[in-house]
Ligand binder design. Structure first.
Ligand code: ADP
Length: 212
């Protein structure tokens, strides 16, 4: 195992909940409950992936080197390495090869940052790892259990369009860039059903946490 791997749950018997799902299936909503209702520490791969491409970072520079002025934020000089994330999204969600390139850049940075954060949380009995591409990246071994936040595909599409202000085509491109929920469902130990009202999540989360 490389130094940048978080490593599987170890002798400390730390409970590591891998929280995954599809884009807009409700991961953030469940994560908020775990944090606010239950006070659990949270590591979020999306947050770390954004940090990996933060203004002026080596990651942002690498992206600008590859894609050129089209991915530089309006009004910023290329040398400042500030990304136009919408423009980058347009490229990578319509071109699997470019998406794979971006993922090989970002994933190791995220893993390193997770490893550092987990070191700081070594004595916490429970931690939550929010990882949208957990199964795609084969990271389930890093968790002691995996929870999947589930909903129907039509709901996922409608919620994604509403949340991110996307048209049908752009939203579908983002959904099909991931494994479908149907493929992920049988791989999870816990299914959190988010087909109903958001309020229905609270009890399910408490049960899943209590039931272990
Ligand atoms: P994810 O983190 O998986 O991408 P979010 O938790 O951000 O998903 O949820 C996606 C969007 O759908 C958000 O705007 C959220 O407020 C909304 N949403 C989440 N759960 C429900 C629900 N049960 N009913 C209606 N809207 C929901």
């Amino acid at each position: 195992m490389g130094i940048d791997q978080p490593g599987p749950p170890d002798a400390s018997h730390q409970r590591r909940i891998g929280l995954t799902g599809g884009i807009a299936s409700g991961k953030s909503s469940v994560a908020r409950l775990l944090q606010q209702d239950h006070g659990l520490p949270l590591l979020d791969a999306d947050v770390e992936a954004r940090q990996a491409l933060a203004p002026g970072s080596p990651g942002a520079r690498a992206v600008i080197d590859r894609f050129g002025p089209a991915v530089v934020a309006p009004g910023s000089a290329p040398a400042a390495a500030v990304l136009n994330r919408a423009a980058l999204g347009q490229i990578v969600f319509h071109d699997a090869r470019q998406r794979a390139w971006l993922e090989q850049l970002v994933h190791p940075i995220v893993r390193t940052r997770f490893a550092q954060q987990l070191q700081g949380l070594a004595t916490a009995p429970v931690v939550v790892l929010v990882v949208p591409l957990l199964f795609e990246a084969g990271l389930q071994d890093q968790c002691s259990e995996v929870w999947l936040v589930d909903c129907d595909e039509q709901q996922q599409l409608a919620r994604l369009m509403a949340r991110d202000g996307l048209g049908d085509g752009d939203a579908r491109a983002r959904i099909t860039a991931q494994w479908p929920l149907a493929r992920k469902r049988p791989l999870a130990q816990v299914l959190i059903d988010n087909r109903g009202q958001p309020e229905a999540l609270r009890d399910q989360v408490a049960r899943a946490l209590g039931g272990g």
